[in-house]
Design a protein around this ligand. Structure first.
Ligand SMILES: Nc1ncnc2c1ncn2[C@@H]1O[C@H](COP(=O)(O)OP(=O)(O)OP(=O)(O)O)[C@@H](O)[C@H]1O
Length: 316
């Protein structure tokens, strides 16, 4: 671990966890300069797992932890806060320095400079986080995406399409895709009684905490309602899934292949082998996945464009 901006070796009130290789890797100088100016102690990640470890170590003493990197770095930092038991007591700031920066966009943060303006002057909100088995996700948990496809997604494609890029990429890299025999049980009430079940062959299961995947009126879901947006993409072997138009058909509001639910918790069971899930881009392999939200549990600095209820005032 390298540390900059520290005067006495103790963790300061403000700690910035910096991934120096995320995105195109040209953000380091600006983040270090601005971070130091704003009183942050800077800790750079050196390998996988560092974002979580550094955040966990810093959380007991820090009031504010900033994550500079992409969605993966942010995911690590939030998991570190949770591991330290400081999810609700340490404020998180997001400095977008990744490829897609999906989460930063969702909370109204438009760039590195803007992130520091938000840190000093922006609102604080308490938002929901998702937990899949014992791991936290902020944006999404996606089943049916392989690590191979995830790693081959190009930066351009990620920036333009977000999660759809992963879906499209899976088809492009694999040629064909063996759908997953799954049972998905969603709960209706917050106390977890599972009331609805779907069973069949799914190509993908997408669980969104704060981002609408498709057919969306807005780019952001409600991140303070204690609900997850569940989208099951049923096997559609006959469809040509490679074109953008076909993707639109597949994900459009009226598609026959899509099952949509909103639920505070759910369980996904594989009827065959383990399934690979992507949690904000970080992979997890398991046969059974239990997912729930912890409502309004993460205190976070948000930009002016962030809307607590993005549907408010829109026609149904
Ligand atoms: N110093 C480092 N050298 C190499 N890899 C690193 C280093 N620090 C972190 N990593 C790796 O970076 C990955 C996280 O990257 P991150 O998701 O933040 O950026 P990105 O992929 O460019 O952006 P996005 O997820 O927004 O598309 C983690 O898998 C982690 O293992």
């Amino acid at each position: 671990m390298q540390s900059e901006g520290s005067t006495d070796g103790r963790v300061g009130d403000r700690v910035l966890v910096l991934n120096p290789v995320s995105g195109s890797g040209d953000h380091v100088k600006e983040v270090v300069e601005r971070g130091t100016e704003h009183g942050f102690e800077i800790r750079k990640t050196e390998e996988d797992g560092d974002a979580s470890r550094l955040a966990r170590e810093a959380a007991p003493d820090a009031d504010l932890i900033a994550a500079a990197g992409g969605d993966g770095t942010l995911n690590g930092v939030v998991n570190g806060l949770a591991a330290a038991g400081e999810l609700e007591t340490t404020t998180l700031a997001v400095i977008p320095a990744g490829t897609g920066n999906n989460f930063a966009t969702n909370i109204g943060i438009q760039g590195i400079g803007h992130a520091f303006t938000v840190i000093e002057a922006g609102r604080r909100r308490s938002i929901d986080v998702g937990i899949a088995n014992d791991r936290i996700f902020l944006n999404s948990c996606i089943g049916g995406i392989t690590a191979e496809a995830s790693s081959k997604t190009t930066p351009e494609s990620k920036a333009n399409l977000g999660v759809l890029a992963y879906v499209k990429n899976t088809f492009e890299t694999m040629g064909s895709f063996d759908s997953l025999p799954l049972r998905v049980e969603t709960a209706r009430g917050p106390n977890g009684e599972r009331t609805r079940a779907w069973e069949g062959r799914a190509m993908f299961v997408l669980i969104g905490n704060c981002r609408r995947f498709t057919g969306a009126r807005t780019a952001q879901a409600n991140v303070e309602d204690g609900l997850l947006e569940v989208t099951i993409v049923e096997d559609a072997a006959a469809t040509d899934l490679l074109g953008d138009a076909a993707m639109q058909t597949l994900f459009g509001r009226d598609s026959n292949y899509i099952v949509r639910r909103r639920a505070p918790s759910l369980a996904i069971e594989s009827r065959r082998d383990s399934v690979e899930y992507s949690l904000d881009g970080e992979m997890l392999k398991t046969e059974t996945l239990r997912i729930e939200t912890i409502s309004r549990s993460l205190r976070i600095a948000v930009g002016d464009d962030y809307q607590p209820d993005p549907d408010d005032g829109l026609l149904p």
